[in-house]
Design a binder for this molecule. Structure first.
Ligand SMILES: [Zn+2]
Ligand SMILES: [Zn+2]
Length: 145
């Protein structure tokens, strides 16, 4: 594991403590597993790579929710209603390009935030957030068909 993800893990653990969240061994392993992925992953994949095969998937979801609650995990909705999860620097968010066939997701280096914020403020809204994910068929899947 590189030092960038080490310091991100430290930041997340500090935030978790500050918010009164529990730091369990399982939680640490889930954070470490998330840090190893270079793309968003399903709860089941995260469970496997955290070495928690014996752990109930509900427990994994509960941990991911707790991390989402402190801004350390972003949920990426798929078109089929399931979700992928990605470790997030608290306070940041990302947009993704997601293949509807193989469910690979990659970050899109783009944010529509400013424009959205301006419009939403013009409607009198405050505490504005936004979600934007882009779906399509990736090059690999397109080649196979
Ligand atoms: Zn694909
Ligand atoms: Zn954005």
């Amino acid at each position: 594991m590189n030092s960038a993800s080490d310091s991100l893990i430290e930041t997340i653990l500090e935030r978790m403590r500050a918010e009164g969240g529990r730091i369990t061994q399982k939680r640490i392993r889930i954070i470490q597993a998330l840090a190893e992925f270079d793309h968003p992953a399903s709860a089941d994949k995260i469970r496997q790579s955290a070495g928690l095969a014996e752990t109930d998937l509900v427990t994994v979801y509960r941990n991911l929710e707790a991390l989402h609650g402190i801004g350390a995990v972003q949920r990426i909705p798929l078109e089929n209603g399931t979700q992928l999860f990605e470790l997030t620097v608290p306070g940041e968010h990302y947009h993704h390009l997601i293949c509807r066939e193989c469910h690979q997701a990659e970050r899109l280096d783009l944010c529509v935030g400013k424009e959205v914020l301006g419009r939403a403020k013009a409607h009198g809204y405050s505490q504005i957030t936004h979600v934007m994910e882009v779906y399509g068929v990736c090059k690999d899947c397109d080649d196979h068909s």
